[in-house]
Write a protein that binds this ligand. Sequence first.
Ligand code: AR6
Length: 177
Amino acid sequence: MGLTAVLGDITTMDVDAIVNAANSALAGGGGVDGAIHSAAGPTVLEECRAIIAKQGSCPTGTAVATFAGELPATWVIHTVGPIWSQHDPIENGTLLANCYGSSLDVAAEVGAKTVAFPAISTGVYGFPRELAAPIAVSTTLDWLNQNKQNTSVETVTLVCLDAENLRHYQQALDEMT
Ligand code: AR6
């Protein structure tokens, strides 16, 4: 079991499951969502459309899995982060924590051992990075600790595209591990 943070592009991660910072329509978009769909090829969007047709839009804080098309990963877990301007800070924190918890629940359901997350909501959804990083780290550590007896998930990697996010993660990891 372990939690680490690295600099990199999540689409290149050779893990069982990567998490996508999606929107509630699972419609694709910019940022990490756009990068994942463009590297994975069209099958991921087709699966997303089938999920939406079946269950309707995905509420903020929830997660669903598709296969990962042409990516090195086997699964993409799509989670819907909070839009910072639409909630108060406490609610934003709860919803962001729910994204990490529900994504890890889905990772365990599909039997993933290795999981990589981007910094959910810290791009166009506007979640302040210095607040998002400790929520990501504490929620993941708590989940790993609570589920260690009965989960496939062994390692979680927090993948940052930029050094600023990595610095926030490393600070949170230093304080909490
Ligand atoms: N690998 C790792 N991290 C990345 C990558 C990448 N390839 N590309 C971007 N990031 P964002 P959100 C980082 O905007 O704020 C989409 O249009 C980026 O630096 O991708 O949750 C969706 O369709 C930032 O720190 O996601 C939604 O509509 C982080 O990923 C909406 O954006 C998240 O930025 C979701 O917004």
